[in-house]
Design a protein around this ligand. Structure first.
Ligand code: ZN
Length: 339
């Protein structure tokens, strides 16, 4: 009960990439970079195991960014001439590559880190991939001319990689769809269909992560504008409850999401964010247990998986480690109290 997991990313060691940055530049190159990614993946697994995390991830140590790490292995994308684009409904500007021809995988995307992680842990292993809607919101298009068509093309590529990850021994494949919280009306019309395409044929557990973003300034400012209650989930959870995806990862700790919205996810495992990634204040195990107790009013306890609100990539490493420890200890406390 209360098996713990993480949304996905962890901070990288400073010998691998510039610390406390999104899209952090690598500090190594060539064969050294490949070896560094491998070593950092091992470290990420070890840190999670020591913190008592039950379903561990590779910490996304081998990719520069959760979306572009996948795109770098796709043919049909021009990375040489990045363009500035407003993303997440223009919440912030990013330099993005452009789709210029039909999309094709160059080969495997995440085999190295999946195999390294699998070889070095006996715990359940979770692997994250960007969701199709979030991908098309993070890339410019000069070929498809239609967001849905392009999203379905990416979904097919994601499916190929997801099936291969399953063969590598991954237990949970999670699609990260922060864009679901921005384009709510499109979730029901094509967002979930794209997720189904991406997860077709998988026998392992599938999950979708929908959050209010990393703890960067643009997101913190956006949250300020969302009012007293954040009700975005209300529009999309009924469609997710009816979907074939098994688990939903959501933001809870320090958020203005009304907890009763979780009742809309009947029949799903809920990865409850009990750790805030937008503050350096480290939760206590008591805080974590209290959040779990509050959520138990709305989600059956056997369906609660304590998790982080979002990825920890841009955080200070020692803070992230302390938060992982609080997550592990808090879930243990909750097991003793409510188990
Ligand atoms: Zn997130």
């Amino acid at each position: 009960m209360f098996a713990t997991t993480v949304a996905g990313s962890l901070p990288k060691p400073s010998w691998l990439a510039d610390p406390e940055k999104l899209w952090a530049p690598w500090r190594l190159s060539g064969a050294e970079l490949e070896a560094g990614k491998r070593d950092a993946t091992l470290l990420a697994i070890k840190l999670q195991e020591d913190a008592g995390i039950d379903i561990v991830s590779d910490g996304e140590q081998a990719r520069q960014h959760f979306v572009h790490g996948f795109l770098e292995r796709v043919d049909g994308i021009d990375f040489a001439h990045k363009v500035e684009m407003g993303i997440r409904d223009n919440r912030y500007k990013a330099m993005v590559p452009t789709v210029t021809s039909e999309l094709r995988l160059k080969g495997r995307v995440h085999d190295m880190e999946a195999k390294v992680a699998r070889a070095h842990t006996n715990r359940k292993l979770k692997f994250t991939l960007p969701g199709p809607m979030t991908i098309v919101d993070t890339i410019a298009d000069r070929h498809y001319g239609d967001r849905t068509k392009m999203a379905f093309a990416f979904a097919d590529l994601l499916n190929t990689e997801a099936r291969a990850l399953e063969r590598d021994g991954v237990d949970v494949i999670q699609f990260d769809e922060p864009a679901f919280n921005v384009y709510m009306s499109e979730v029901g019309t094509w967002g979930i269909e794209a997720l189904h395409r991406a997860s077709t044929g998988l026998k392992c557990t599938t999950a979708v992560h929908i959050c209010y973003g990393y703890g960067i300034k643009a997101n913190v400012d956006w949250k300020q504008s969302l009012g007293r209650e954040w009700r975005q989930y209300e529009e999309i959870f009924p469609a997710l409850a009816a979907s074939r995806i098994h688990q939903v990862s959501l933001e809870c700790r320090n958020s203005k999401v009304p907890m009763e919205l979780m009742t809309l996810l009947k029949g799903k495992d809920v990865l409850v964010g009990v750790i805030d990634v937008a503050t350096d204040t480290v939760e206590t195990p008591e805080d974590v247990a209290a959040t779990i107790e509050a959520v138990m009013k709305f989600v059956p306890k056997e369906r609660i998986l304590p998790c982080t609100n979002c990825g920890m990539a841009p955080m200070r490493r020692e803070i992230a480690t302390a938060k992982l420890e609080a997550l592990g200890l808090g879930a243990e406390l909750a097991r003793r109290r409510f188990g």
